[in-house]
Ligand binder design. Structure first.
Ligand SMILES: Nc1ncnc2c1ncn2[C@@H]1O[C@H](COP(=O)(O)OP(=O)(O)OP(=O)(O)O)[C@@H](O)[C@H]1O
Ligand SMILES: [Mg+2]
Length: 239
């Protein structure tokens, strides 16, 4: 459903991404592994329309979304769950969800919100709480919920497990799996190779701004030493 080929993205003179390629399929999880500064977030933000790419192709169901602004990308069915969650701390849980549903009519948003609450009952319990008061794991659920409000067919998730306690990481990973099982295509950036491999159908390794390896999760497990070598020290944490 999503095909990204030879993506190049710069920050002024800094050519941060130069040759990132990956694909995503309905109901499957593509995990993007890479060390700090490899260009994972830059790639996700560019694909989601938050940063204009220089060149390459980005196609969703055969139609280009290259260079479209984020609100148009969302309407095409692709939503980003950003690095660091970026929830609106002073707003309530429900207000955060409304922000995510801004492209839909009020009645449609209300219905989608009920679906989100059914998926994440904790958000229902905390609907009137200020989002900034939620735990890290709950904030991640809210970030997922806010993205789900646009009824995406594809979700880009940038390090959803970052900064969470191990038990919370398991909960978050189960949620990611559940979203894929509902048929959503998932692209998940992850720094921990082992956590990522647990969930992945396809694995993409990005090193210094380029895709250097793509394979199935089974191949990545077999080639674990190779994958780890490409990732460097970062991948060895927790291995
Ligand atoms: N706003 C910016 N301005 C200039 N350079 C940037 C900016 N954001 C990122 N970069 C640079 O682009 C490169 C890729 O950064 P990016 O955040 O995409 O990496 P990442 O793979 O997501 O890393 P991490 O694992 O730390 O999240 C890095 O060299 C970084 O310093
Ligand atoms: Mg990042």
């Amino acid at each position: 459903m999503l095909e990204v080929k030879d993506l190049h993205v710069s920050y002024g003179p800094v050519h941060a991404v130069h040759g990132v390629s990956f694909a995503a399929r309905e109901g499957e999880v593509t995990v993007v592994l890479g060390a700090n500064g490899a260009g994972k977030s830059t790639s996700m933000r560019a694909v989601a329309g938050f940063h204009k790419p220089d060149s390459g192709t980005i196609e969703l169901d055969g139609r280009s979304t290259f260079g479209l602004p984020a609100h148009k990308v969302v309407r095409r069915g692709m939503a980003l769950v950003p690095e660091g969650r970026k929830i609106f701390a002073p707003l309530t849980v429900e207000e955060n969800l409304r922000v995510g549903g801004y492209t839909a009519s009020r009645s449609k948003a209300d219905k989608t919100m009920q679906d989100v609450y059914a998926t994440f009952p904790i958000l229902h319990d905390r609907q009137h709480s200020q989002a900034g008061l939620l735990s890290g794991g709950e904030q991640q659920m809210l970030a997922f919920g806010r993205a789900l409000m646009s009824q995406p067919r594809l979700m880009l998730m940038d390090e959803p497990s970052m900064g969470l306690a191990p038990t919370m990481i398991d909960t978050v990973m189960s949620s990611v799996k559940a979203m894929a099982e509902r048929g959503i295509g998932v692209v998940m950036v992850e720094q921990n190779a082992d956590a990522g491999l647990e969930l992945a159908d396809t694995v993409v390794v990005v090193t210094r701004g380029e895709t250097v390896w793509t394979g199935t999760a089974a191949q990545a497990r077999e080639d674990k030493t190779i994958v780890h070598a490409m990732l460097g020290e970062a991948a060895l944490d927790g291995a």
